[in-house]
Design a protein around this ligand. Structure first.
Ligand SMILES: [Zn+2]
Length: 131
């Protein structure tokens, strides 16, 4: 296990245990009809992606952190690039950027949350695999 495994799993939406199975049947988060669909188990190593009811409520905290980070970044860019700061254009820009990134941050928040409780372990993959 290393930070690079966590980063790869989180950013590419792969299973945190085997780094091979996809978390989502449709890997494009911008296919909005399928954005929230997620496998119940890893297709490669059979890791349970829903270990308990309400498991992904915690991912909302990760999403909140994303929102704050994006807000600070947009604010700093806006503050330094636009000569006269006014709140309404900033809020409009911030809202549009948040809405544009929402499908990706939704899925990435879930992937990060899954990485909090599961570690890269390719040996465990063969022990639990049904194939
Ligand atoms: Zn897996």
């Amino acid at each position: 296990m290393s930070f690079s495994h966590i980063l790869k799993s989180s950013l590419t939406h792969k299973c945190p245990r085997c780094l091979e199975g996809n978390l989502y049947p449709d890997m494009n988060p911008y296919h909005l009809k399928h954005t929230t669909e997620m496998y119940s188990h890893c297709p490669k190593c059979d890791l349970n992606f829903f270990p308990e009811p309400g498991y992904y409520y915690g991912a909302m905290y990760v999403s909140y952190a994303f929102t704050i980070a994006i807000g600070v970044a947009v604010f700093l860019l806006y503050f330094f690039l636009v000569p006269t700061f006014s709140p309404m254009p900033f809020l409009l820009l911030f809202t549009l950027i948040l809405l544009g990134l929402a499908p990706y941050t939704f899925r990435t928040s879930r992937a990060i949350w899954l990485n909090f409780f599961n570690r890269y372990s390719p040996k465990q993959q063969s022990l639990t695999s049904k194939k």
